[in-house]
Design a protein. Structure first.
Length: 317
């Protein structure tokens, strides 16, 4: 099962300029604790000492309801409840609405190596924030050699053997105003809604290797408008050296797909040889993909027109 540590969770939040509006109350305690999923648990029943279905391995969120109940308890009962609840291997507890938990809660949490933080956010906003923050981190990933670019808003993965011209085509696309997500290595993750998101490799970032020139940093060479950190995968294009004995697609009546993370993604193979402008072909494929998404298929429309013309000629005889 995918998982992240509390330390990684807090790091992701910091990278997003503290989007969750949180502050640690227990210092660096529990940083190595593992979060198994982005689902959260509100431990209301646990505070009533009912633990049969206690989802202790999740992020625990205590909002106004839980806090108000805690206030009604006398100190002896508080300690009794906290001792039992916090004896479970809880990764992290978050108090929303800037609620400060009782000192006894913090002391027992520290004793059991549980991180405790507070947030300015409402509970509902915190739940949404956590999901958007760590969803991608916890999903199964798939890494592939290729280049991911955004062309007319379409996320295009360019595949092909070494030396076929992937980097050259990508450079030309960037020079025409399209954007680079990642070159050579792309990591993909499938979101809950079925979308596949590709993102830059954290080590390579937005660098490209161009034979004869060397490594170039696209973010510095072409500016921040030429890059993106991640993009939905919409279309896969494979470049291959032209083969005279190969029967290449001419009409495009039958849609082909490429399977990534158990999802069929539209796929096209483009043969490469001297005189063919690969950049223009990729741009055309991206535009054609957008037309199909809008319900218009050029090949099928032409096919329908041809069939209608044939039927008309048959009827006139």
């Amino acid at each position: 099962m995918p998982k992240i540590t509390v330390e990684k969770f807090l790091e992701l939040n910091e990278n997003k300029n503290n989007i969750l509006k949180i502050r640690r109350l227990t210092g660096f305690i529990g940083m190595e604790n593992e979060i198994l999923g982005y689902d959260i648990n509100r431990p209301g029943m646990a505070l009533f000492k009912y633990f049969k279905d206690f989802a202790y391995e999740r992020i625990q969120i205590l909002g106004k309801g839980e806090a108000n109940y805690i206030i009604t308890l006398d100190e002896e009962n508080k300690i009794d409840v906290f001792e039992e609840m916090l004896s479970y291997k809880i990764p992290i507890c978050i108090f929303t609405y800037s609620i400060i938990p009782p000192e006894s809660f913090l002391e027992i949490a520290k004793k059991n190596n549980i991180c405790v933080i507070i947030s300015e956010l409402k509970t509902s906003d915190m739940i949404r924030g956590i999901e958007s923050l760590i969803e991608e981190e916890l999903l199964e990933s798939f890494t592939i050699h290729g280049g991911l670019v955004e062309v007319f808003g379409v996320g295009v993965l360019i595949l092909g053997k070494s030396g076929v011209g992937k980097s050259e085509a990508t450079l030309e696309l960037i020079s025409k105003g399209h954007r680079l997500i990642s070159d050579d290595i792309v990591e993909f993750k499938k979101l809950k809604d079925g979308r596949i998101i590709g993102r830059k490799n954290e080590f390579i970032k937005h660098n490209m290797e161009v034979r004869g020139i060397g490594v170039v940093d696209i973010s510095r060479l072409s500016g921040m408008s030429a890059i993106r950190d991640k993009k939905r995968l919409d279309l896969i294009i494979e470049l291959e050296h032209w083969k005279d004995d190969e029967q290449y697609e001419r009409m495009g009546l039958f849609d082909k797909t490429y399977n990534i993370l158990n999802t069929e993604v539209p796929y096209q193979k483009i043969p490469v040889r001297s005189g063919r402008n690969i950049c223009i072909l990729i741009e055309t494929a991206a535009k054609n993909y957008r037309l199909k998404q809008m319900g218009y298929n050029s090949a099928k429309e032409l096919d329908k027109a041809l069939i209608a013309q044939i039927e008309k000629k048959k009827a006139s005889k």
